[in-house]
Design a protein around this ligand. Sequence first.
Ligand code: ING
Length: 324
Amino acid sequence: MPRLVTLAAAQLGPIQKSEGREVAVERMLRLMERAHRRGAEVVVFPELALTTFFPRWYEEDIAAADHWFETAMPSNATAPLFEAARRYGIGFHLGYAEKTPEGRRFNTAIYVHPSGEIVLKYRKVHLPGHRDFDPVRHVQHLEKRYFEVGDLGFPVVRAPLGRERANIGLMICNDRRWPEAWRVMGLQQVEVVMLGYNTPSLNMDNKGFEAHHLRVEHSHLSIRAGCYQNACFGVATAKAGTEDGHELFGHSIIVNPQGEIMAQATSWGDELVTADCDLDMCRLGRTTIFNFAAHRRPEAYGRITAQVGSEPPPEWHPSHTSGR
Ligand code: ING
C-alpha cells in the first residue's frame, strides 16, 4: 500500500536588506495558499527565509546584527505562517536566525505540524565561510561570525506528514555537501530530509577558478547523492535572485530515494514545485544496496570520527635501490 504525500519546495526570490519580515511572510503566505490549492501537505521554505542573507554583511559588533534574529518562534511577524498552517492543514519547514534567551545565536530550521506545534528543531552544524573580515573575498560569508555550531546533532523523528507518518530530518545549506550529515540521518532511517539554502551563483571565495555552471550542478550532485546513498527523499529549497546586488541561485529540487530529480524550479524568484512521493520508495534501497546492517563496516571507518582535518599519506619508496 503506497504511503503517498505531496511535498512542496516553496522557493523564495530575493529579500533586500531594507525589507522587513512582513514582506517575506506575505510572500510565503501566497506560496502556502498556492500549495493548498495544489494539494500539497508540507511546504519547505528556504534557509534564513525571513531576511536577506545577512552573513554577507560585516559588523564589528555582532550585536548590531541582532535585528536579523528571532528571539521567539512564533513571533508576531511569523504568527501568520502558523495560522495559515492550521487554516490549510499544511505542515511547513522554516529556516531562520535564532537568538536564544541566553544570547546564543544559531542558523536554525524547524518543522511545524499543521496544528502549529514545532515537531523538530535543527541548528546548522557545517558553518561555511569565515569569522573575521576577509579582504581577499569578493563578498563576505560570515556565518562563523554570527552563528555558533549547532548543538542538536542531526535528529530524525517519526511524525505526521500529510495523512501518513514519516521519518523526518532537517539539515541546512552547506550541510548538504557533507555526506556525514546525510549518513547520520540515514542511520536513523530518515525518509524525508528537508533543507533550505542561500547559495551565491558565483564563487565569492576568489581563491581559485570554479566554472559558473558548476554552482547549481554541485548542489544537485550533493543532494542527489545524499538521497540515493541513504534511501530517502530530499526537498531542497533556495532563497534566490539578487539581494542588494548579490546573486543567489535557485533551482530548488525534490529528489527521490533513487537520486532522481522529481521536480525542479526553473526561476530564481518565488516559485512552488511539488511532487507526489510514495514514502515506501525508501524501502528498496534500505533493504538491498544500502542495507546498512548487512553491508556497512564501521571498523574500517575510524578516521571519519577520529580525524577533523586530512593528513598526508605515508611516502612509498622501492624496497631495493635499482639505480632509478
Ligand atoms: N551557502 C553556501 C553553500 O554551502 C558555499 C556556501 C557555496 C560553500 C559554495 C561552498 C561552495 O551552499 C551557505 N549558506 O551555506
